[in-house]
Design a binder for this molecule. Structure first.
Ligand code: SF4
Length: 253
């Protein structure tokens, strides 16, 4: 228990408050607090005098509370914190408002970076084929590409997955096999998330030019069935054949 001291005016805010430490009704100096009182209290409490961020000081308490307020569930904004700390400029407050790894991880998750790189694709599973067992070469899983199905079990590993080269695993939707498949009653329809690379994401988001760029990149990369896109002579060859010549004088420079 300590005796009730007089209230004094806070030098920063002007508010009349009770000070924790007073000697003969005057406040204790900052150096006496940091060099004598706090170390004595730490020893008494069995708390180390310093940690990875340095010595335990009055300033550290203020900084810790400010950080906690900034990282709370309903956090204070930087400007609210500036007001609360009595800072003249927000740049001083920034030193106090440290972002905890937890808050950073949450903000990162909320930003949806990973979701941005994912695309859902419909997969049809032929349940009857799975149940009864089929020849190893026969397809039972069909990735819906819009214009046809990819029957390659490891579709997500195919480099051509976002610009299908129509290799031997391809089944056009107008083919009799695809019509037969769609007529089956026991088809299980699932959505599978496919992670996209940068070029693939651009092809999906940015339209024809980015799609053509992706096709060009894939021209000589073998498909899971073996031949490359160039050997199959698919979309790229057709697109390039259909494109009007864009040669300008600057192209010759
Ligand atoms: S290239 Fe072949 S394996 Fe790749 S997505 Fe197209 S059909 Fe499937």
């Amino acid at each position: 228990m300590r005796p009730q001291g007089n209230k004094l005016s806070d030098w920063k805010t002007g508010e009349v408050v009770s000070f924790l430490f007073l000697i003969r009704n005057t406040t204790v100096g900052k150096h006496y607090l940091n060099r004598t009182i706090i170390p004595a209290l730490c020893r008494k409490a069995g708390v180390p005098l310093a940690d990875v961020r340095g010595n335990i000081t009055t300033h550290r308490a203020r900084s810790t509370i400010a950080s906690q307020l900034f990282n709370a569930k309903e956090p204070m904004t930087l400007f609210e914190l500036q007001e609360w700390l009595g800072h003249a400029s927000p740049s001083a407050t920034q030193h106090y408002a440290k972002i905890t790894p937890l808050k950073l991880a949450k903000s990162y998750a909320d930003a949806g970076y990973f979701a941005r790189n994912l695309r859902a694709i419909e997969v049809l599973i032929d349940q009857a084929a799975v149940r009864t067992g089929i020849a190893p070469a026969d397809p039972w899983k069909f990735y819906d590409l819009g214009h046809g199905y990819c029957t390659y079990d490891f579709f997500e590993q195919c480099p051509h997955r976002m610009a299908c080269a129509k290799c031997d695993f391809y089944m056009p939707k107008q083919s009799s096999a695809a019509l037969l498949l769609e007529g089956k009653a026991n088809l299980l329809r699932l959505l599978q998330e496919i992670p996209l690379g940068e070029a693939e994401e651009a092809a999906v988001e940015d339209g024809v030019a980015a799609y053509e760029k992706l096709l060009l990149k894939l021209t000589d990369i073998p498909t899971p069935a073996g031949p490359t896109q160039r050997q199959i002579g698919s979309d790229l060859v057709q697109i390039m054949a259909l494109r009007p010549s864009r040669t300008t004088s600057s192209d010759h420079l």
